[in-house]
Design a protein around this ligand. Structure first.
Ligand SMILES: O=C(O)CCC(=O)C(=O)O
Length: 280
């Protein structure tokens, strides 16, 4: 379902020019979004997961346990899997990267009241603790879904429109408290403030973007938490975690896999799994 007054072709052209598309309503009622948010808050966020053993450790932000609790819960949770595979999500992803789609990652991104924003960055290539990027090449789409208000006060996402067309900026090592998502890397350029745009979302709206666009988020200056989940899709020719048994953030990958959510996989270069819903 394209935005009102637009066609899928308009949307694809805007995505190609700007490097993001949104906010896009996903057709969810306020009650439905509220139910997902409550479910995430009470049973998933920062809680041990059946997907990663490491989720059972002490949960400091960006620790291995934090990633273990908040990564790839769609593999075991029916509600989060249903959200990822809504036609309003997959139709757009298909219009952007083609008919064959693998869901290879999801992350719960929650910012508590007063929490700092996410530093501007480009995804995919930051090497992580094992100095290997997670994907063999760019070409995927992230679908970031707001589960609560994500406006300027509540830490909305920010983008540098068109920055994906200039390729990857150089990056450098920094202390991990300054780096992106607790990693010790940061982009080595600082975009001008006037080049950065805020993209505000209401609960249940989504933003679609390639990992190559420069993006980040504002600090949450509100008294409420900002709840969101990012789903990452790739076409089957791109390899996820090639040759790795442990991901760049230290998670052991034996229960991880890509889910074929639409079309077919004619490449066979990724490990495919079916979600196994156990609520954990
Ligand atoms: O939710 C955020 O604040 C940052 C999200 C992000 O950087 C991403 O999804 O790639």
């Amino acid at each position: 379902m394209p935005e009102r007054g637009t066609t899928p072709t308009d949307e694809a052209a805007r995505y190609a020019a700007d490097g993001f598309l949104g906010p896009c309503p996903l057709g969810l009622s306020a009650d439905a979004v509220g139910e997902i948010r409550r479910h995430v808050a009470t049973t998933l966020y920062n809680k041990p997961s059946s997907v990663y053993e490491e989720s059972r450790g002490p949960v400091e932000p960006y620790s291995v346990a934090w990633y273990g609790c908040n990564r790839d819960r769609h593999l075991a949770d029916a509600m989060l899997y249903r959200l990822a595979t809504l036609p309003t999500v997959l139709d757009r992803v298909e219009a952007l990267i083609g008919p064959d789609l693998l869901l290879w990652r999801s992350t719960l991104f929650v910012k508590g009241p007063g929490e700092a924003g996410t530093v501007l960055h480009q995804g995919h290539h930051y090497p992580g603790r094992f100095f290997r990027p997670s994907l063999s090449e760019p070409g995927g789409v992230t679908v970031w879904v707001a589960l609560s208000h994500a406006d300027v006060e509540h830490g909305c996402l920010q983008f540098v429109p068109g920055s994906h067309q200039r390729g990857y900026a150089p990056y450098r090592r920094v202390d991990e408290t300054e780096g992106v998502f607790g990693r010790d890397y940061k982009m080595d350029i600082r975009p001008e403030e006037h080049d950065v745009v805020d993209v505000e979302c209401r609960p249940g709206e989504a933003i679609f973007f390639p990992q190559s666009v420069i993006h980040g988020s504002r600090p949450n200056t509100s008294p409420d938490a900002r709840w969101a989940i990012a789903y990452r899709f790739i076409p089957p020719a791109i390899r996820a975690y090639e040759g790795l048994t442990v991901c760049g953030q230290g998670l052991e990958l034996s229960r991880w896999g890509c889910v074929l959510v639409r079309g077919r996989d004619a490449h066979g270069v990724n490990r495919l799994v079916e979600p196994a819903f156990d609520g954990a």
